[in-house]
Structures are given as structure tokens and as C-alpha cells.
Design a protein around this ligand. Structure first.
Ligand code: IPD
Ligand code: CA
Ligand code: CA
Length: 263
């Protein structure tokens, strides 16, 4: 088992989030080749986080959204999204975060998410639970959503899946890391995503697992980090929720989903 100083990782994420807020005044958005936003804050934050993690864990590998992968293939892997929710940050919506996950043997074993605009610091360590600002996260399961339950979706998932028949309040918050952390806390009762990477999700997946969520495609196949790392993104839609809620949504969505989501 890998020993991690989670207090150190928390301090790195918090400092990175605070620095990002200070940089907002000089934010310079531009479009990447795929027409998504990137800013000087995304790049500077990744350089900062990588430097801090390498200082303390020189033998670990590193994967970041902006500058890619470095280090030994067999080493524990930091999977970092320097800013998840860049579009929200550009438009002044406070739901964005610094996400630092640790993957070992294809499993997320630790994670910290700092949301500097809302003052939320989430963290989790495999076998030790998940927390937000000192409060332990534990999801509440149900057989099916109530009319007032909050069902989260990524933008890509809500555009491609038939969701109009679902019972509940649909929410699209704009940061997959925050979406999953909120699902671990029960702020969202469930989350449906489609096309997401390991660096977006590693930290939050550790939280979701520790809080009692399952993480599965519509077919029931568990999310496979090895495949996501190899292919870059999840290949099909997935549900993250407490088990009974997840199974309800999987069957509701599967019945009306496009063929590519049935793989
Ligand atoms: C994006 C956000 C968004 C999700 C996209 C991601 P970024 O990450 O998490 O919610 O739907 O697929 O790419 O670009 O802000 O790091
Ligand atoms: Ca992201
Ligand atoms: Ca990002």
C-alpha cells in the first residue's frame, strides 16, 4: 500500500485554488483545437501543482490535462485537472475546482478537490472515508428518485441521452469533478456523464467510492480506469450514484439510449 500525506496534498490543492482566484484579474481565455476554453490560469495551476507534488513524491508519475503525462508507467500516478470547470470560471460561475487524484494499480486511492469560490475542500483516501470541510460523506440510497431529487448530468450526457421521462430535478453544473464530489455528498442524488478523462475524475471517483456510490456504465460494467487511461476518455455513458438509485437510472436510460451507449 502507498503511504500518502493527505494533509500535504490538501495544502497543495488549497494553495493552488487560492492562487487561481488571485489570477482571475489577469485571466486570458483562448480556445483549444477542440474549441474548448483554456486560460493562463489552467496552465499556471498545473505547473504549480506538478512542482509541489514532484518535490514531495519524486518517484511518482504525473498526468495533467494541459501538459500530459510524465514518469514511469508502473509508478503511482497523480491525475490532475488543474482547473475543472474552465468554462464556468471564464463566465464567472463559481463551480470550478482544482482536482488532484492518485491512481495506483488502476484504482483511485486518494483525491483532493478544492473549490476556492465556494470554500469547499473535499478529500478522500481509500479505506479511510471521504470528507468535505471535516464532515464525513455518506450517501443516502433510494429505490427511485423523488420529484424533488437533484439528478446531475454533464453537458455531453444531457445532450445525447433521452432524459425527459426521468422523475426529478435535472442539474448540469459544468464541472465533472465537482459533480461527482457533490454526488458523494448527496448534494446531487446521482450523476450521469459520458466523455470524461482520468485526470477529470480520479480524485472524485475515490470520494464517490468511499461514500458508498457505484460507478458503472448503463450496461452495469464498472468504470475501468485502465481503459480510460488507454483510450483517453470514457467510451460510453456512465452513472455514479448509491447502488439502488444507480440501477434505477441505468434501466430508465438504457431503455431509450442510442446504440453506442449499449456497448
Ligand atoms: C470539462 C468539465 C465539464 C465536462 C467536460 C469537461 P474542463 O472539464 O468537467 O463539466 O462536461 O467534459 O471536459 O474542460 O473544464 O477541464
Ligand atoms: Ca476537466
Ligand atoms: Ca481542465
Amino acid at each position: 500500500m502507498i503511504e500518502i500525506d493527505i494533509e500535504y496534498v490538501k495544502s497543495v490543492a488549497q494553495e493552488a485554488g487560492d492562487r487561481a482566484v488571485l489570477l482571475l484579474a489577469s485571466m486570458t481565455p483562448e480556445f483549444k483545437a477542440d474549441n474548448s476554453y483554456v486560460t493562463n490560469i489552467d496552465r499556471e495551476t498545473e505547473i504549480f501543482v506538478r512542482g509541489k507534488l514532484e518535490e514531495r513524491y519524486p518517484d511518482f508519475a504525473f498526468l495533467g490535462e494541459e501538459f500530459g503525462r510524465h514518469g514511469d508507467a508502473d509508478a503511482p500516478l497523480w491525475a490532475v485537472d488543474p482547473i475543472d470547470g474552465t468554462t464556468n470560471m471564464v463566465f464567472g460561475i463559481p463551480i470550478w475546482c482544482v482536482s488532484i487524484g492518485l491512481i495506483y494499480q488502476w484504482e483511485p486511492i486518494a483525491g483532493v478537490i478544492c473549490m476556492p469560490r465556494t470554500g469547499e475542500l473535499f478529500w478522500a483516501v481509500k479505506g479511510q472515508g471521504a470528507f468535505c470541510n471535516g464532515i464525513r460523506l455518506q450517501t443516502l440510497d433510494r429505490d427511485a428518485p423523488h420529484l424533488e431529487d437533484t439528478l446531475g448530468f454533464t453537458s455531453g450526457a444531457i445532450k445525447r441521452l433521452e432524459v425527459s421521462h426521468l422523475v426529478g430535478r435535472l442539474r448540469c453544473l459544468g464541472s465533472i469533478a465537482a459533480d461527482i464530489a457533490y454526488t458523494a455528498r448527496g448534494t446531487l442524488c446521482s450523476l450521469v456523464g459520458w466523455n470524461e478523462g482520468a485526470y477529470d475524475m480520479a480524485a472524485a471517483l475515490c470520494m464517490a467510492k468511499e461514500a458508498g456510490c457505484v460507478m458503472e456504465h448503463l450496461t452495469g460494467e464498472p468504470l475501468n480506469l485502465s481503459r480510460i487511461l488507454k483510450e483517453g476518455k470514457t467510451h460510453a455513458p456512465f452513472v455514479i450514484a448509491p447502488p439502488r438509485m444507480a440501477h434505477h437510472l441505468q434501466s430508465e436510460l438504457r431503455a431509450r439510449a442510442p446504440l453506442e451507449s449499449q456497448e
